[in-house]
Ligand binder design. Structure first.
Ligand code: ATP
Length: 261
């Protein structure tokens, strides 16, 4: 079976400066990979590398059996919430329609098939009745689901979700978790960055733990990769987070070597 994502000693960064390095993994089709690591360890940079939007500064990467640039049309992406401009005077329908431009080009008319795809994507995320609403007037959770509909409208094989659970209330979180399970059952693969280990447990089959560099400006690096049941260990979490408080097995764990609560 072809790996949906294969990295061999890959490194990514910006303007030639490496921000995350030493990445080697193979992700099987239908898998969901949780990217877990502290702020600045390079989770978003890796996601951008998979999209071909960050520089590859070493190693190799294959996405859906080809280069990131060639794969991009078959990859859906949900960027971090704080990178979006909710003040644009556009409707939710227009936001979701933008997800079709990647495969069709912005100047080609959308047509009835495109309109049906937009309606179906909105329906999937539970926003069928909101298509004509101004995007900026929706709640944070609804905006998040709208952006997810934009990522889904082009029927992607691989979905990249950058901290999609951040700031969601319980209801939106449950909707999103159920949707991730549904998408996986359809054979789509998912890479999701999150700070929440319990979410990773609920939604993912594999985990890549990233640790930040020891000095500021040093690149992040892997602290563990594998099937979630094997790789999400306290040791690997402590390695990744140095000193921080995280949740593991429903316990709060302070990730210094000496302390555990
Ligand atoms: N566009 C950019 N240009 C230059 N450096 C960047 C850019 N984006 C991120 N970086 C740097 O790359 C490093 C890794 O950042 P990245 O956003 O990938 O981390 P992260 O693990 O996703 O963090 P967070 O959990 O805070 O989102 C940081 O040092 C950051 O300052």
């Amino acid at each position: 079976m072809t790996a949906v994502l294969a990295l061999d000693q890959a490194a990514f960064g910006y303007a030639g400066v490496t921000r995350v390095e030493g990445l080697s993994l193979e992700l099987p089709e239908g898998a969901a990979l949780a990217l877990i690591g502290p702020n600045g360890s390079g989770k978003s940079t890796l996601l951008r590398g998979i999209l071909g939007l960050a520089d590859r500064t070493a190693g190799t990467i294959s996405v859906l059996g080809t280069t990131p640039d060639r794969a991009r049309r078959r990859v859906g992406s949900l960027p971090q919430a704080d990178t979006r401009d909710a003040s644009l005077p556009v409707t939710l329908r227009q936001v979701v329609t933008m997800g079709l431009y990647r495969s069709r080009g912005a100047l080609r008319p959308i047509g009835s098939a495109g309109r049906a795809a937009v309606a179906s994507a909105l329906d999937r995320v539970g926003l069928a009745g909101f298509a004509g609403r101004r995007f900026g007037e929706l709640s944070g959770g609804q905006q998040q689901r709208g952006i997810l509909a934009r990522a889904l409208v082009s029927d992607p094989k691989l979905l990249l979700l950058d901290e999609p659970f951040n700031g969601l209330d319980r209801e939106n979180r449950e909707v999103l978790l159920a949707l991730v399970a549904e998408l996986r059952a359809e054979g789509r693969s998912i890479v999701v960055s999150t700070h929440d280990l319990e979410i990773a447990r609920e939604a993912c089959s594999h985990v890549l733990l990233l640790a930040s560099g020891h000095e500021p400006n040093q690149p992040g690096h892997p602290a563990g990769f594998g099937p979630l049941s094997e790789a999400l260990t306290l040791d690997a979490v402590q390695h990744a987070f140095h000193e921080a408080t995280v949740e593991l097995d429903h316990h709060t764990v302070t990730t210094t070597r000496e302390t555990e609560a």
